[in-house]
Design a protein around this ligand. Structure first.
Ligand code: DC
Length: 654
């Protein structure tokens, strides 16, 4: 369920289906820029529509380039023939790294006065090596705040013909890609020499490939020296088809490798075996883990290993797939044996420090992780270190959000700020939920003493499902508040207690702060307290994820007041289990007398009617029968019959 600042994912039990990929971010931004620089009009097909491409389009608009709709979601770019119409502009590029690097290089040679800036994180991402290289052949660029980092002011360059510029290859291949795309604008022959190991070569290869499609052939000696002859200029190829994003494909392929059967694999469309994106090699990494991987011209599919074998951990140099390698870090949770991702130092200067972020969030799931300057080692869960539900932070990093969605194949989780996926894949979570199947839930709601607790526990037992007694959480909160001396009406105080609740449900009962509390929470006084704290919205909010964390394989029966309306609105079966106040009061009286506790029928009936009123009248999550909930009136029904009825209904839904 998507809300404003988080998405709660239940444990997913299977995955299958087909996904049409959004366009590649890297190709889209390169194609937009080259089409803008080219002579002639270019129609761009299947271009990615996301935050990063929006920043590039805004930048091109600010530079006077016309980009218009060409029908069918395609775009028409009217090229400026190497000279942007606007000669002076201030351009904001958000956190779009590819756009920032390539525009820095291109604008350095474009002959105008420009300022380039971004969000605060963009101003922490180094760009000094690129600027130094550009300056070495005559560019005139100033750092406006901190030396080596954006924002930048760019003045017209004074290009020295036949310059040789050296650029480090081991920080970000985007520097080299940016420089290469700018070379035809230099108006003179410039040679670029790479110092040190060139990381992420496939991205450079992609740049060369696109430049060739736009009429410029780069001369290169191995991966060390590159140059473009003087006089080379970009020419529109007429139209250009953008491949589906291979990095975006990685999440779905991993999903298939972890949970899909060979008969019903996960298939991604829009990218295939001859793709120009380096991240298609991610499929090889999955195959090396044992997954069943197949590929055609325009598709790739993945499923679990053959013969029921598990995935196996791998030790991989990830230099060639820096972005998709993040997906392996989460796929590793489902493999046998540890996984080491090596040569990933570039993760540290991406949208966030991705090594630190990945390690911190995996640890929240109780995963053992070792992190180094340029590697990450993941030890998969086992019986002694099971995965545990967690609230995952995403650091304004789209890939963190998408990667962690895969952890829901093992455990329910909450992902904060899921909207950050808009950077490259705005409808990611819709696509994700369309190809996974959550563990089933039976939501049983009803008033107090209706017998729903007994019925729910028996249904759970019959099906081998987990059981959530959500009322117990409200009771425990009331008890914990009482013990801490917090008034039941103190919303913030009780909500704080609810959020910190140290509760362990075990076979025989429940422990609160290490003490058995099964009996204490059933006292009438605590029942009243529970019904009072349950009206407080902050308390309900604090307990929401704690309840959803029960939504695990093989399935769940949840009983309460708002199981079907708020906590599990997508439940396969919703039951509204009730009985008349007289019958309920009679049952409760009998129960108390059996326990040799004082019981007066009239007082009990008055009391439960008062609680009914509170539960039904409260503004937040009131007790009510959902339109899609089936009514089970137990006035004339024994427990066995009620259980059988629920089981019948559930069987009919499966
Ligand atoms: O089901 P129960 O009697 O143990 O519930 C105790 C109180 O908690 C009850 O007054 C209503 C409240 N409650 C709730 O508001 N929402 C739930 N899902 C479950 C219980």
């Amino acid at each position: 369920m998507l809300t404003m600042n988080f998405i709660d994912l239940p444990q997913m039990i299977s995955a299958s289906g087909s996904v049409m990929l959004p366009g590649s971010k890297s190709i889209s931004n390169r194609a937009l820029l080259l089409a803008a620089l080219a002579e002639g009009e270019t129609e761009l097909h299947a271009l990615l529509d996301s935050d990063d491409t929006a920043r590039m389009r805004e930048a091109l608009a600010a530079l006077g380039v016309t980009v218009s709709a060409a029908g069918d979601g395609n775009l028409r770019v009217t090229g400026c023939g190497g000279r942007f119409p606007v000669r002076q502009a201030e351009i904001f590029l958000g956190n779009a790294g590819t756009a920032f690097r390539s525009l820095t290089a291109v604008l350095a040679f474009a002959g105008g006065e420009y300022v380039l800036k971004g969000v605060p994180r963009m101003h922490e991402r180094p760009i000094g090596d690129l600027v130094d290289a550009l300056k070495a052949c005559g560019a005139n660029i100033e750092f406006l705040e901190k030396k080596g980092f954006p924002p930048l002011r760019i003045h017209p360059a004074d290009i020295r013909p036949d310059s040789v510029v050296k650029i480090r290859g081991d920080v970000s291949s985007q520097f080299l890609s940016g420089l290469l795309m700018a070379l035809p604008l230099a108006g003179a022959r410039v040679t670029v020499e790479v110092e040190g190991e060139l990381i992420s070569k496939p991205y450079v290869d992609m740049t060369l490939n696109l430049m060739a499609r736009f009429g410029v052939t780069v001369e290169r000696e191995s991966w060390r020296a590159f140059s473009v002859p003087a006089g080379a200029c970009y020419r529109s190829p007429g139209f250009y088809q953008v491949e589906g994003d291979a990095s975006s494909a990685s999440y779905f392929l991993a999903l298939g490798a972890i949970r899909a059967s060979a008969e019903h694999p996960i298939r991604v469309e829009g990218v295939g075996k001859n793709a120009i994106q380096g991240d298609v090699r991610f499929a090889d990494a999955l195959a090396a883990m044992g997954a069943t991987v197949e590929a055609g011209e325009n598709w790739i599919s993945a499923a679990r290993p053959a013969d029921g074998k598990p995935l196996t951990g791998i030790h991989l140099d990830c230099n060639h797939i820096p972005d998709a390698a993040m997906t392996l870090a989460v796929a590793a949770l489902f493999a046998q044996g540890e996984t080491t991702l090596a040569n990933i130092a570039s993760w540290r200067v991406k949208e966030t420090d991705r090594i630190a972020a990945m390690a911190a969030e995996l640890r929240k799931l109780n995963v053992r992780v070792e992190e180094g300057a340029d590697f990450l080692k993941i030890i998969p869960p086992d019986a002694a270190h099971p995965l545990q539900p967690a609230v995952i932070d995403t650091y304004d990093d789209h890939r963190m959000a998408m990667c962690f969605s895969l952890a829901s194949l093992g455990v329910p989780l909450r992902i904060r700020d899921p909207g950050c996926v808009a950077k490259t894949f705005p409808d990611y979570f819709d696509r994700f939920t369309a190809v996974v199947k959550p563990a089933p839930v039976i939501a049983i709601d009803g008033p107090t003493a209706s017998g729903k607790g007994t019925v729910s526990a028996r249904v759970a037992q019959a099906l081998g499902f987990h059981y959530l007694d959500s009322g117990a959480l409200y009771r425990l909160t009331a008890l914990a508040a009482r013990e801490a001396g917090v008034d039941w009406a103190d919303e913030a105080g009780v909500a704080f207690i609810a959020a910190q609740l140290d509760v362990v449900f075990h076979a025989g009962g429940v422990r609160l702060n290490g003490k058995e509390a099964g009996e204490a929470i059933r006292h009438e006084e605590i029942s009243t307290g529970a019904s009072k704290v349950a009206v407080l919205p902050a308390v309900r909010e604090a307990l929401l994820f704690r309840q959803r964390a029960f939504h695990r394989a093989p399935g769940l029966v949840g009983d309460g007041r708002d199981m079907g309306t708020v906590v599990f609105p997508a439940a396969q079966l919703k039951v509204f289990l009730t009985a008349s106040p007289a019958v309920r009061a009679e049952r409760r009286t009998r129960q108390l007398l059996e326990r040799h506790e004082p019981a007066d029928l009239a007082t009990i009936q008055a009391d439960l009617e008062a609680r009914d009123v509170r539960d039904r009248a409260r503004p937040v999550a009131p007790l009510r029968q959902e339109a899609d909930a089936l009514l089970l009136d137990t006035d004339h029904l024994g427990i066995d019959e009620a259980v059988a009825k629920v089981l019948d209904w559930f069987a009919a839904r499966c």
